[in-house]
Every structure is written in C-alpha cells, then in structure tokens.
Design a protein around this ligand. Structure first.
Ligand SMILES: NC(=O)C1=CN([C@@H]2O[C@H](COP(=O)(O)OP(=O)(O)OC[C@H]3O[C@@H](n4cnc5c(N)ncnc54)[C@H](OP(=O)(O)O)[C@@H]3O)[C@@H](O)[C@H]2O)[C@@H](O)CC1
Ligand SMILES: Nc1ncnc2c1ncn2[C@@H]1O[C@H](COP(=O)(O)OP(=O)(O)O)[C@@H](O)[C@H]1O
Ligand SMILES: [K+]
Length: 507
C-alpha cells in the first residue's frame, strides 16, 4: 500500500470525484457511511456519542457521521463553532444536522460544563489532513480538555494536531485517540513513534478512492500489506529436495550468550532453509546440538568466534550474542575483506562495525543490516527524531548500497534505491531480549532460499511481526516469549497458504 502526502491525498480525492463523476459532498457521504458502519459494528451497545467538528472537511465528516448515527437511533451531541467559515461540504452537512430536530449543536465552550455520560464516545472531527500549522488558542484548550476526559476517544482520518507526513513540534497539542478511522491508506505520521502514539489502533476505511490514481501516482514509501507479501511468498515445490532451499549459517554466540544462537537458529530452521549450520564457540556445542538437532555445528573457537570457517555456498547471518572480543573483531573484519555475497548483519557484528566508519565500507553490497535505534545511532550518528533517522538511513542505504532494516514498532526496510517499506505487523510483546535474534534467523533463512535481499528483508520483517501477533493472541503481550514467536512461524505459513495466496491468485 502506497503512502501519500496530504497534497497527494487531496489530488487523489479530486481525481476520484472527476473519474467517478461525484461531488465532494458525495465523497464525504461515502467516508461518513464507512465510519458510521464501523461504529455500529464495534460499539452497537454504546448509545452515546459526542462529536467535535471543525470548519473544514474533517468537520464535515463529523457532521455527516452525527446525522447517520442519530438516524440509526444513537444518542448524539455535536460541538462546533458556528461562527467559523465552513468549507462548502462541511456547511451543507452542518445545515443538515441543524434541520434535524433533536440533534443538538452546542458551542465548544459548553463542553467544559457538560456532563458526559459514562459510556459516551468522544469523536474528534476537528482537523484532518488539512491542518497547516500547530494548534493554539481555543482549539488547544479544547483538545487538552478532551484528552483529560476518561472516555473512549476516536479520531476521524487523523488525530487533530497531527500532520499526515511531518514530525510535530515539541509540546504540540494533539488529540490522543484510542482508535483512528483513517481513509483509504496509512499516513506517514501514523507509523513513527513520536506521532503514531496519538493514533491508538489504526483502522483503514476503504472509501473506494480511484485505483487508477493509486497505480499511477508515484510514492517511494509503502506499507507492507498482504498484497505485497502474497507477491513475494514462494510456496514450496513438492518435487523439491533439501538442496532446493539453500544453506543458512548462523554466526553467533559467545560464553554466556548461547541463548541468542539457539533463538536465531530455531527461527532459521522454522523459516524453511534446506540446510542450517551454526558457527559458534565450542562452549555452546552441547546446548546447541540438544536444542537445535536439525542444525549442524561448526566450531569457531573456545569461548568466542575467532575463526570464520564458513560452509561453502551458504548464506550468513552474523551477530547475535557474538560479543566484541578483539579476536572476534579481527577475524570478522578479515572475513569481510574476502566476502562478496550479501550478508545479514545484526547486534554485536554491527557494534564491531560501528567502531570505525571505514569498516562500513567492508559490508558486501546488497547486504541486510538490522539495527535497532541505538545500534543505528552507533553506526551512523545520532538524529533528532525518527523522521530524521529515516532520512539518514535512506542516505546510508544508498551510499553503502545495502538494505537497512531499521527496527521499531513499525520497522522500516530501506532499500539502496531510496524506497521505504513500513512493517505493520508486530506488537509490544516483542519488546523483549531475543526478538531481534529471531528476526536475524528468519531473514537469513529466506535469503538462503533465494529470496532477493529486498524480498527477504520485507518478507522477514512481516513474518516476524505476524508470528509475534499470533504469539500475543495465544499468550498475551506480557507473557509471550521470543521462543513462542518462533513456534508461531509455522502458523504464519499456514495463514499465508490459506488466506493470502488464494486472494492473490489472478485466475
Ligand atoms: N471531499 C473530500 O475532499 C474529502 C475529504 N475528507 C475529509 O477532509 C479532510 C481534509 O479536509 P480539509 O482539507 O478541508 O482540511 P481540515 O483538516 O478539515 O481542516 C482545514 C481547516 O482548518 C483550518 N486550519 C488548519 N490548521 C489550523 C490550525 N492549526 N488552527 C486552526 N485552524 C486551522 C484551515 O483553515 P485556514 O485557517 O488555514 O484557512 C481549514 O479551514 C480529511 O482529513 C478528511 O477527513 C473526507 O471526507 C473524504 C472526502
Ligand atoms: N513495541 C514493539 N512493537 C513491534 N515490534 C517490536 C516492539 N518492540 C520490539 N519489537 C521488535 O522486536 C525486535 C527487537 O529487536 P532487538 O531490539 O534487536 O532485540 P534483541 O537484540 O534483544 O533480540 C525487533 O524486530 C523489533 O521490531
Ligand atoms: K480528526
């Protein structure tokens, strides 16, 4: 799914109106119907809504939603500032509400003394993607007041105060939603931690904006959706053998950190590589042979990996628990000097590379590095916020001709040609030591199976998050472990075959 800027979304709206022969008002009605339907499906038992409407088309949505919910029998109260200059469609929808006896429109100021029933849902239709400056004055006070209410809060299109594609200022006033019903596609600000935190759960509502515009309009930022995954995923060939699915080698571990090797190796095995090897120190031999009997062990030293003796033609994932011992560093750097094939590089292997900017030039072209934000800062320097971090990652991915998997709540896969794929699977149950080791194993296994580096990174990030979501469903976010995530990889492949592939078939 492409991510568009607010200007592009406006063009998309206009293109749709022209090509469908509909007015702005009719498109707004579509948007409002889609939201009203969602409210009915999810909150049928709650019969009270307080809807706050601005003067632009986002406010227009709010008025139209109010009318539809009221007509369905819900109790609705509107708050608006009728002295404002309304957009044409907002004015028409406001008038329609005024014409309904029983549907009350109060002033914003009245909200302060209003007694909201306990189960009233607060709906934010103050500002949408037309916001063009930080919110101040009476709107800021109103939003602060609403944020302090202990009620369920839902934003229409985007929480008021956020721009679709920009970072917010320090101390910005933003409506804090539990859920956001956004039209047609994700907005960039929903995917970054500083801004996304205001959105709650995102629900993308299809309002049938033009497919033609979507395919013609360029965007180098995308959300990894199931359509993309369905195109990448290669089901297994029944006439295959273990040689068909490549050799993956996990290069990892040091004394006290053998668990990281276990997790990475199990994740690689579960992701389908034909043969899986472990290059680890001898101190982990018994643990690894017992916990991962399907993998073959190669000793890389006593307590650390100091000898990169690699199985021929195998794809390497290097780093978890590796340590940064000087002998490990020396042998890793020497190995890099001889290595031409793409690697997957994580954790301590990245920490070694961050010691000297010249080391970065040793990374083979088309390799995949998987830093978390701290590792990223060690490698490339600090940045002010996650938007700036992404910009720097784009620059570095291009300069080094590598793929960067920038791990986060919405992990970003950055390609050497400046595209960004945001991952939307995964959850906070994965915020535990060991989750990253699993990701390295998964991506290494996919790369070994001849997925291109780009596809291995995108598919790997998605698969990892989806397995995390399945694990959270079974065990809760608190109790799930990276091992549970690995155990769920099989269910994700089942899901892919049952749910995603059939949708993707062209016939
Ligand atoms: N038919 C369609 O196109 C469809 C559009 N749709 C909906 O429209 C939304 C976009 O609507 P929009 O472009 O009218 O902008 P919107 O966000 O409502 O507000 C802009 C208004 O706010 C003002 N303003 C801005 N910043 C401000 C500030 N800080 N403090 C105070 N005022 C500020 C600005 O006025 P200004 O003062 O700049 O002249 C302007 O009056 C979109 O998110 C979706 O919900 C859907 O219904 C689908 C069909
Ligand atoms: N809140 C979260 N939401 C989604 N994914 C998360 C969250 N927290 C962590 N993750 C994922 O878990 C992994 C953690 O990796 P990392 O920090 O390297 O862990 P470790 O090195 O301890 O195994 C990353 O893939 C990250 O995207
Ligand atoms: K809004």
């Amino acid at each position: 799914m492409k991510i568009f800027t607010s200007d592009q979304i406006k063009k998309w709206d206009e293109f749709t109106m022209r090509s469908n022969g509909i007015s702005s008002l009719e498109l707004m009605e579509r948007a409002a119907h889609s939201c009203a339907k969602w409210f009915v499906q999810n909150y049928f038992e709650i019969n009270s809504f307080a809807i706050f409407c601005g003067a632009g088309n986002n406010g227009g949505d709010g008025f139209a939603i109010a009318r539809l919910l009221y007509k369905k029998g819900f109790e609705v109260i509107l708050f608006a500032d009728e002295s404002q200059v309304y957009s044409e469609s907002a004015a028409i929808n406001q008038k329609k509400c005024k014409d309904i006896s029983g549907l009350e429109i109060l002033k914003f100021e009245n909200a302060n003394n209003f007694i909201f029933k306990e189960n009233t849902i607060i709906v934010d239709a103050l500002f949408g993607i037309g916001l063009n400056r930080p919110i101040q004055g009476k709107f800021a006070h109103l939003i602060q007041f609403l944020n302090d209410l202990n009620h369920l809060k839902i934003s229409i299109d985007i929480p008021s105060g956020l721009m679709a594609d920009e970072m917010i200022a320090d101390q910005a006033v933003v409506f804090k939603a539990n859920d956001t019903l956004t039209f047609q596609s994700w907005k960039k600000s929903m995917l970054h931690p500083e801004t996304g935190i205001y959105c709650g759960n995102i629900h993308v509502r299809d309002i049938s904006l033009s497919e033609e515009f979507n395919s013609l309009e360029p965007s180098n930022e995308l959300v990894i959706d199931e359509k993309i995954i369905g195109e990448i995923y290669q089901p297994r060939n029944e006439f295959s053998h273990k040689g068909t699915y490549g050799k993956a080698t996990v290069v990892a571990g040091s004394y006290g950190k053998i668990g990281a090797v276990v997790l990475a190796t199990k994740a690689a095995l579960k992701s389908g590589s034909g043969l899986t090897f472990i290059l680890a120190p001898k101190c982990g031999y018994e643990i690894l042979q017992i916990s991962c009997p399907e993998a073959m062990f190669i000793s890389g030293g006593e307590n650390e990996v100091v000898n990169f003796s690699i199985e021929e033609n195998s794809t390497l994932g290097i780093g978890p628990g590796l340590g940064t011992h000087s002998d490990t560093e020396k042998s890793f750097l020497n190995f890099l000097k001889t290595c031409k094939n793409p690697l997957v590089i994580d954790a301590d292997a990245l920490n070694i590379l961050s010691k000297n900017p010249d080391y970065l030039k040793l990374i083979p072209k088309s390799s995949i590095i998987t830093p978390h934000p701290k590792e990223f800062a060690r490698l490339f320097g600090p940045t002010e916020n996650s938007f700036a971090r992404l910009d720097l990652a784009r620059e570095k991915a291009h300069e080094l001709q590598i793929y960067i998997v920038l791990k986060d709540h919405h992990t970003q896969v950055i390609t050497p040609d400046n595209r960004v794929f945001y991952n939307i699977t995964g959850n906070s149950g994965m915020a535990k030591g060991g989750s990253g080791d699993a990701l390295l194993g998964i991506i290494t296994s996919l790369l070994a199976q001849s997925y291109s580096p780009e596809n291995a990174a995108i598919f790997g990030a998605w698969l990892h998050g989806k397995a995390g979501d399945f694990a959270a469903e079974e065990f809760s976010k608190e109790a799930m472990l990276p091992s549970d995530l690995i155990d769920q990889i099989g269910n994700v492949f089942k899901y892919l075959n049952k749910k995603v592939l059939p949708k993707n078939r062209k016939d």
